[in-house]
Design a binder for this molecule. Structure first.
Ligand SMILES: C[S@@+](CC[C@H](N)C(=O)[O-])C[C@H]1O[C@@H](n2cnc3c(N)ncnc32)[C@H](O)[C@@H]1O
Length: 239
């Protein structure tokens, strides 16, 4: 299964279900009917973007919203915002006095979703920082008060830095808190022979494979490698 992006690149379809029809079934039956209106709107607005497929998959988003509620998340970190689908769903899931530190190297795409975020009345929960994520996480760690203070972190950015983000986030998130990594099946390529993988997907594949191996033996977290969306690995800090 493949899809073609607006700039003509052909990618394998995200998602590892048996068929596209089965994935559509999950979306149409369980996800879209319950998707909050502002998220639908953000998805619509994003659909004309050349990189629309970068948005977090709505079924993974639904799981994420449940996790946020389960841990009663109030203080969160978002690495990789794009037009803001996962950011908006986080903002809708945390309480009114909650705070999200949202980091992206580019503010341009965030501006696309911002009017919808404002209309939904949740902009005050977001502290958007236009920057490379690593220095921001390091800066957060300079303040002792931040250590172990975050309830939840969602990482959906440059795969090559996932292992670096993990070392910072494990200190920033509290024991019992969650760090979730998106795209940990990387279009299904993690289990393909390298020669079958599109050239442009190879660097991401290598980073994701490295992360998956690292998380599998990290005793500081419990993990669940959920085969939803493009794969989302949920880590709960245990010590
Ligand atoms: C897959 S998109 C995020 C999608 C988003 N979670 C959503 O639901 O729409 C990845 C984002 O990571 C950002 N990014 C890439 N490298 C980064 C870095 N080193 N630091 C911060 N953001 C980065 C990109 O600008 C892009 O907007």
């Amino acid at each position: 299964m493949e899809h073609t992006t607006k700039n003509g690149t052909r990618y394998p379809t995200k998602g590892i279900l048996l068929s596209e029809e089965l994935y559509e079934y999950v979306l149409e039956t369980s996800v879209y009917p319950r998707e909050p209106e502002p998220l639908k709107e953000l998805r619509d607005v994003t659909s004309s973007h050349p990189w629309a497929s970068m948005g977090t998959a709505p079924d993974a988003g639904q799981l994420m919203a449940m996790l946020l509620k389960l841990v009663k998340a109030k203080k969160t970190i978002e690495v990789g915002v794009f037009t803001g689908y996962s950011l908006l769903l986080t903002a809708l899931s945390i309480p009114d006095d909650g705070k999200i530190t949202a980091i992206d190297v580019s503010q341009e795409s965030y501006e696309i979703g911002l009017p919808i975020i404002k209309k939904a009345g949740v902009e005050h929960k977001i502290d958007f920082i236009e920057s490379q994520a690593l220095p921001v996480l390091d800066k957060l760690l300079e303040d002792n008060e931040n250590e172990g203070s975050f309830d939840f972190a969602f990482v959906d950015a440059d795969k090559v830095n996932y292992s670096n983000y993990h070392e910072r986030l494990i200190k920033l998130v509290k024991i019992g808190g969650i760090i979730a990594y998106d795209n940990t099946l990387w279009y299904g390529t993690v289990a393909m022979p390298e020669e079958m993988v599109l050239e442009e997907l190879k660097p991401g594949r290598e980073s994701v494979i490295k992360l998956n191996k690292m998380l599998a033996v990290d005793s500081r977290v419990m993990i669940s490698h959920a085969s939803i969306g493009d794969g989302i690995t949920i880590c709960m800090r245990v010590h």
